[in-house]
Write a protein that binds this ligand. Sequence first.
Ligand SMILES: NC(=O)c1ccc[n+]([C@@H]2O[C@H](COP(=O)([O-])OP(=O)(O)OC[C@H]3O[C@@H](n4cnc5c(N)ncnc54)[C@H](O)[C@@H]3O)[C@@H](O)[C@H]2O)c1
Length: 352
Amino acid sequence: MKPVQIGVIGTGSISSLHLDSYKNNPNAKIVAVCDLNEERAREAAEKYGAENVYTDYNELLANPEIEAVSICTWNNTHAEICIAAVKAGKHVLVEKPLCRTVKEALQIQEAVQASGKILQIGFVRRYDANAQLLKSLADSGEFGEIYYAKATSLRRIGNPGGWFADIERSGGGPLIDIGVHVIDLSWYLMGRPKPVSVSANTYRKLGNRANVEGLWRYKAADYDASKNTVEDMGNALIRFENGASLAVEASFTIHAKDNEGFVKLYGEKGGMEVDPEVVIVTEKYNTIINSYPQTDHKGFHFESAFQNEINHFIDNVINGTKPISPVEDGVEMMKILCGIYESAAKGVEVQL
Ligand SMILES: NC(=O)c1ccc[n+]([C@@H]2O[C@H](COP(=O)([O-])OP(=O)(O)OC[C@H]3O[C@@H](n4cnc5c(N)ncnc54)[C@H](O)[C@@H]3O)[C@@H](O)[C@H]2O)c1
């Protein structure tokens, strides 16, 4: 069987996880890369053996050899590139967040449905082996009805600068960038209940703290600390139609003694924690039992989760199957994220 012919659009910081994972998949072949920065695209092409290098994604999409693309560009470009890609007959794996607004999300959904092509969203947390284990237990009723969840992603010093810190290009700060991962994972494990309202706060108190030295931080390929128009911290309480609720907090910077990240869910029959270590909580023999499933990684493992995500995408392209992170879920996530920003701006609870 001929491998699926792949183009990668955007060859900045996260793209190497896509490129490495395609390279490891015998059913995929990287044939083209594209970046506004030609030198960056050429470097990736050389490293991964891509024959074609573009600086205009429209030219990549016009190449009939290419069957599927990864979109690893700034958030403000996701909608236009997704729509152009499915119209050009390509299957799409787009990085999170799907886009910046609900309007853009609905336009993407319409284009995907009209094209019949696959669009998979890079909600990479779902693809972690531990998350999949917990999902199968949740689906089999192990935890009963899940009525409450907490999702935290706090970075002390973690503003990635560049476009991430420019609200026009990112759509927002830590809530849309890293909050989206834990909100989405919680929502997925809760069984994707319909969100009905949000009450949220955002804070711009500390700036980007680019002055702080000695701590590693994820950076945009074009790191630039001179502009910062996003929140540095935010929190939200999301209410769902089935009565369940989700409490969220996310920061690029906060005066915390350490970074903190977890997803905890509570059901009628038991509870579970995903990060930093997988735990299943139950009651048995009139006592509380905490179980620690023995898997290859205690908590979230970046490389293997990306590999699973890419393998799933290639399988979907080959078999015509639906992704576990489809466009509809991206639309719902944009409703939640935009509801959070609207609620914080107005200072009131908003109905979704
Ligand atoms: N899944 C994850 O855990 C994860 C982690 C980091 C970033 N991301 C997402 O991946 C995307 C990229 O993030 P990054 O950290 O790699 O950013 P980056 O700034 O390091 O890289 C983005 C690249 O896209 C290029 N680009 C921008 N617009 C383009 C266009 N129209 N055509 C061609 N190239 C274009 C830029 O020149 C840059 O090289 C974002 O959507 C981000 O939210 C996901």
